[in-house]
Design a protein around this ligand. Sequence first.
Ligand SMILES: N[C@@H](CCC(=O)N[C@@H](CS)C(=O)NCC(=O)O)C(=O)O
Length: 207
Amino acid sequence: MLRLWGRDNSSNVMKVIWLLEELRLPYERLDVGGPFGKTDTPEYRAMNPTGLVPTLDDDGFTMWESNAILRYLCEAHAPETPLWPKQPQARGKIDQWMDYQQCGMNRPQGVVFLGLIRTPPEKRDMAAIAKGAEEAGRSWAIVDAALGRHPFVAGEAFSLADIVFGVHAHRWLQFPVARPDTPHLKAWYERLLTRPIYAKHIARPLT
Ligand SMILES: N[C@@H](CCC(=O)N[C@@H](CS)C(=O)NCC(=O)O)C(=O)O
């Protein structure tokens, strides 16, 4: 039985929910993290020493780091999935974009999200938010350019790269910040909205 630990308004948990739904894998999700707490217990820390979410439990095998979990689920439960193909160059491009999401886009986007959505107005550091938005905008412009060359982030087909950027695009395109013009990103986001799983689990009010 697959068990996913993590509140469903976390971007990193959303990635895993989205993939589990795409692959139609039965799973149970438990609310932990954020207002739910329970990530400080010795039992949780034994599964995930970072105390963050998500954590995956696959019949007693546990792991953390959202992008690694996505790859594990494909390899272990859907080895033929086109979402993470075996062909080395196709897989290499998807991995490249997944790493860029974590290493390039995630931090500045997080500054904007936490600043605007999870911080009361009187406590916001507007200078840090503006700087984060500028940096995140540069990352999104790079994604936009890729989406101008092909319909999905890593190429011609929907893949894990679309999942990891897709959860954040819904946020980015709603933030009340100055954004670079990204027509390809917007068109791709509109296409994501027509996917029932995206509409239900990802395109939710920002909390
Ligand atoms: N690199 C980790 C980051 C995990 C992370 O930062 N999770 C956030 C939620 S998106 C978290 O656990 N925040 C504290 C909490 O929810 O209690 C991953 O991709 O899984």
